[in-house]
Design a protein around this ligand. Structure first.
Ligand code: PLP
Length: 393
């Protein structure tokens, strides 16, 4: 008889953003007032010129019999890997090789699919609150979750709690939703602990482009020995506005070994070769054109626009005394607030919709510690941010 993976029954009924989207549609249908959506972290500015130009160039190449290419390699084309090394790892001491780069359609899929190569019932440390995909994909695999509330508390638990034995730890820096970042010193400590206790670090740098402070690492490989213990996920979704295009890459260093014969890199390659057809040539060429035409600054202009949006929201909620820790929003495209009068985060969600037609994200969707908190995105259009503030005033 057909049996299901029972772990799926342990999941919440709906993925957080699917539920928000359902509620959004209901409200749009029943109200005449326009809805302002500051919930999901989706970009709103159009593609930068060099990215659109790259898609057109790729289309021309594919339309000509002499330059047409078929299936890409499962880890992406070398022409883009060379640019990634040249541009993204220029100031990183560790040397990243092309075989360690896996270009993909999205970090979301790599972050979860990579779990396939490890056994189930692993002990996995996940921050609470954090991007919900870490939790859901580990529940699906039947892994045992150990929560930590901040990077300092993670370090404390590993060093002092005999029951906190882990195989994998997820670090999201800057953290979605809180904006917490991991410092160089904290990473040095975590890497030394990973070597000592033999766990792997999954470093998700989806929001590294939003880091404003100087001493915060943009890549874990800025830290000595990181290549021995850390896998890094980088997405172009927010850094290059590629949410509709889809592109990301994952660095899996050859130094990370399961035993003396098996590397995580070789298993991940095996997984990709079997289950994945590689990224779209159009997406790869779009970002290749940005790198090779030195148009990184165009991307920065978009990042600055979103950062300014976040600052406007931050200042407003600060004036209402709803910001918990001012330092947390500095490096993040999100504003993380405590709800007024300690409302539950779903109550506040409906309160905002019923009274102001503003959509945000309930903090509890990111984990239990997110209860009585709420997240607004800075990725909206400026006029929407200003209108939302006007309505709330
Ligand atoms: N990692 C974090 C922390 C995110 O918040 C997101 C998307 O919101 C992703 C990864 C997903 O990136 P991608 O769009 O490449 O799947």
């Amino acid at each position: 008889m057909l049996k299901i993976n029972n772990n799926y029954l342990k999941l919440e009924n709906n993925y957080l953003f699917a539920k928000i989207s359902e509620e959004k549609n209901k409200y749009i249908q029943k109200s005449d007032v326009s809805l302002i959506d500051l919930s999901i972290g989706d970009v709103t500015l159009p593609l930068v010129n060099k990215a659109s130009e790259g898609i057109i160039k790729a289309n021309n190449l594919l339309s000509n019999i002499n330059t047409f290419v078929g299936y890409p390699p499962s880890s992406g084309h070398e022409f883009l890997k060379e640019q990634i090394i040249k541009n993204d790892y220029l100031n990183v001491k560790a040397k990243i090789s092309k075989e360690e780069i896996f270009i993909s359609d999205s970090s979301k899929s790599d972050i979860s699919n990579i779990l396939d190569i490890f056994s189930d019932k692993l002990n996995v440390a996940i921050q609470n609150p954090v991007y919900p995909v870490y939790l859901d994909s580990n529940i699906m695999r039947g892994n045992n979750i150990l929560y930590y509330s901040s990077i300092d508390s993670l370090i404390y638990e590993i060093e002092n709690n005999d029951d906190f034995i882990i195989d994998i730890v997820y670090i999201c820096s800057p953290n979605n939703p809180t904006g917490e970042v991991v410092t160089k010193k904290q990473l040095e400590k975590l890497i030394s602990l990973a070597l000592k206790y033999q766990f792997i670090i999954f470093f998700d740098a989806a929001y590294e482009a939003f880091i404003q402070e100087n001493n915060i690492p943009h890549s874990i490989y800025e830290i000595k020995n990181a290549k021995r213990v850390a896998i890094e996920f980088k997405s172009y979704s927010k850094t290059a506005g590629f949410t509709p295009i889809r592109l990301s890459y994952t660095i899996v260093p050859k130094e990370i070994k399961i035993n003396k014969d098996i590397t995580v890199n070789s298993l991940f390659k095996r997984l990709k070769d079997t289950k994945y057809n590689g990224p779209s040539f159009l997406s790869e060429y779009a970002i290749y054109n940005v790198y090779t035409s030195s148009a990184i600054n165009e991307l920065k202009e978009n990042i600055n626009y979103y950062t300014e949006n976040t600052k406007i929201l931050f200042d407003f909620f600060k004036s209402k005394h709803l910001i918990l820790d001012e330092n947390l929003c500095v490096n993040s495209p999100y504003v993380w607030i405590k709800t007024p009068n300690n409302m539950s985060s779903w109550d506040y969600f409906y309160y905002l919709l019923d009274n102001f037609m503003i959509l945000g994200t309930p903090g509890i969707g990111f984990g239990k510690n997110g209860e009585n908190h709420f997240r607004f995105t800075g990725f909206g259009k400026r006029e929407d941010i200003l209108n939302a503030i006007d309505r709330l005033k």
